[in-house]
Design a protein around this ligand. Structure first.
Ligand code: ADP
Ligand code: MG
Length: 274
């Protein structure tokens, strides 16, 4: 494959600011020269190289602005480990009709069953479709509202947190909330009610939310609103973290076996993806 022949194309791709296509062009042309692919495939591969670079960038930008802590995807989720989860329900939620309808999602269950994983994968899917998302633990969100209140900027902060099409409120129930913090959270949830979707996760049942958030009457009103247009995912099962833990505590041979299995499945995944 002659680089000189690709030079004018490279210059045009650089001019068009298409680094993804630029990186892929030489390999694509050598496939063409080798007679392994035709013109349609070549053009298609060139454009998809650029599109996937753009999507990755968009995802990275969305991860930063939304404060999503890590990337977790639906593909990474092992449904066989968590039989109490209805796969169809989770897949259908990932089609994001709930976002259009401004409905909520509540993920309940003990620690380690995948509540945060699924909340993040929903939020990332929404971000990839160009929706604005924001992620915070209940404690984070309340402390940001408290800080804003102290600075006399509560109205602005409430507006900012009402704006995203998807807000994830993670970890309701792990840490106690002050009475004034709970009031701020109720204000936020009232603003978002029927305006935008909220995904909430909790290790506590609704009956226990009163104790977490203090005021029973306010909590009843909150739950009423949250549940009014809500998809409930109640997970009963074992912690995925503990599973990994037990696997690690096995004999050296089992450990080696698990490692090899991990490598093989990683390789299978990579080749399947390419
Ligand atoms: P929770 O929020 O319910 O406490 P997480 O979603 O944080 O639990 O899950 C704990 C860890 O285990 C995370 O790294 C998550 O990606 C992983 N995990 C949980 N459930 C599954 C699953 N069914 N398949 C794959 N990974 C899982
Ligand atoms: Mg969690």
């Amino acid at each position: 494959m002659s680089t000189s022949r690709s030079e004018p194309i490279r210059a045009m791709l650089a001019d068009l600011k298409m680094p993804g296509a630029l990186e892929a062009i030489d390999e694509i042309l050598s496939e063409v020269d080798g007679g392994r692919i035709g013109a349609t495939d070549a053009i298609s591969r060139l454009l998809s190289a650029q599109i996937s670079l753009r999507n990755n960038r968009r995802l990275r930008a969305a991860m930063r602005s939304s404060r999503l802590p890590v990337v977790k995807t639906l593909e990474q989720f092992d449904f066989s480990f968590q039989p109490s989860i209805k796969r169809e329900q989770i897949e259908s939620l990932h089609e994001l009709r709930f976002v259009e309808r401004k409905e909520n999602v509540v993920l309940l269950g003990p620690p380690g069953v995948g509540k945060t994983h699924l909340a993040i994968s929903l939020a990332i899917t929404a971000a990839q479709r160009g929706r604005r998302v924001y992620f915070g633990t209940l404690t984070d969100l309340i402390s940001s509202l408290e800080q804003a209140q102290t600075a006399g900027q509560l109205a602005r902060r409430l507006a900012v947190l009402t704006h995203p099409a998807v807000l994830v409120v993670d970890e309701i129930g792990y840490l106690p909330v002050s009475r004034s913090g709970a009031v701020l959270f109720f204000q936020l949830m009232s603003r978002r009610y029927e305006r935008a979707s909220t995904i909430l996760t909790s290790n506590k049942s609704f009956e226990e939310w009163g104790a977490v958030l203090g005021d029973e009457v306010m909590v009843a009103a909150l739950i009423d609103r949250v549940l009014h247009r809500c998809h409930l995912v109640n997970i009963r099962g074992n912690s995925y973290r503990m599973r990994e833990h037990t696997a690690m505590r096995k004999t050296p041979e089992a450990e080696l076996e698990a490692e090899i299995a991990g490598r093989t499945s990683r390789r299978t995944r990579t080749s399947a993806a390419s």
